[in-house]
Write a protein that binds this ligand. Sequence first.
Ligand code: ADP
Ligand code: MG
Length: 141
Amino acid sequence: MERTLSIIKPDAVGKNHIGDIIQRFEKNGLKVISAKMMHLSKSQAEKFYEVHKARPFFKDLVSFMTTGPVFVMVLEGNNAVQVNRDLMGATDPSKAEKGTIRADFAKTIDENAVHGSDSLENAKKEIEFFFSGNEICERTR
Ligand code: ADP
Ligand code: MG
């Protein structure tokens, strides 16, 4: 069993796709074990995307991620990190496989609907960035 971090980005929240996206996770064996809606500050977005700070798109990414609220979740399931990445599709929605979240709910590489942790190690760090242990609700049934 793995845990991963998912963020529904401001574009998809703005288009009212929160439910559509969570449905993809639930239909594919991932369980939401924590969730919150928040409007990231510039410094939160900069810190979260720190690994990309040397990239040319960093400033635009931080600016986009603070344009509106995001919906942040911890997902749990077998192979959760990879299952989530597969459901998301490629970073560039025009290259994402048909039926993936990004192919269906996003149009451009900069506003691409969702974030998902890319490794178990980063998942742990990203979950800790947004959630304290007592905010995570183990599924007891
Ligand atoms: P992913 O979100 O698929 O893990 P990356 O970690 O490489 O992709 O990039 C983080 C985010 O930065 C992307 O989801 C996207 O919002 C943005 N991004 C990545 N590459 C570009 C690019 N070439 N131009 C604009 N924005 C980009
Ligand atoms: Mg990434």
